[in-house]
Design a protein. Structure first.
Length: 138
């Protein structure tokens, strides 16, 4: 039934839609890992360091889950480099938004959630390009 709805309303876009759905699942898991690490550390160390530690820990998990599940691809050094670069850009976006939300008075427990709402679509586009662009050139 889902495939029929997709073919009716988004003809020819089925694989892209399922790819985005897989991205959302993995992104939710990675965001959960990030948030749990941040939550546990933010009471004991500087919030920016806690946020960065959570981001780095989830980054490693995210790379393998994204490779195998989201884009159904084998991890490689080239993909890891592209993934790392896209996440460097994503991290800079995250940390700027995070500090911006804190500056605006958003609680330090809610700020990471608002960051994800803004940053997730950007990250999907960057990663989609990395995994599909590198696949075509390999």
């Amino acid at each position: 039934m889902i495939k029929r709805l997709i073919n009716t309303y988004l003809p020819g876009q089925e694989e892209k839609l399922f790819e985005f759905m897989r991205f959302c699942i993995i992104g939710t898991i990675a965001a959960g890992i990030h948030y749990v690490v941040y939550f546990l550390l933010q009471k004991h160390i500087n919030v920016n360091i806690a946020y960065t530690a959570g981001y780095l820990f989830s980054l490693v998990c995210n790379f393998f889950m994204t490779s195998y599940f989201t884009f159904r691809s084998t991890p490689s050094v080239k993909k890891a480099a592209g993934f790392g670069f896209s996440h460097l850009i994503n991290y800079l976006l995250h940390i700027c938004l995070f500090n911006g939300f804190l500056w605006l008075g958003v609680s330090r427990l809610l700020a990471p959630v608002l960051v994800l709402i803004v940053a997730v679509p950007t990250n999907f586009l960057l990663l989609r390009w990395v995994f599909h662009h590198k696949q075509k050139k390999s």
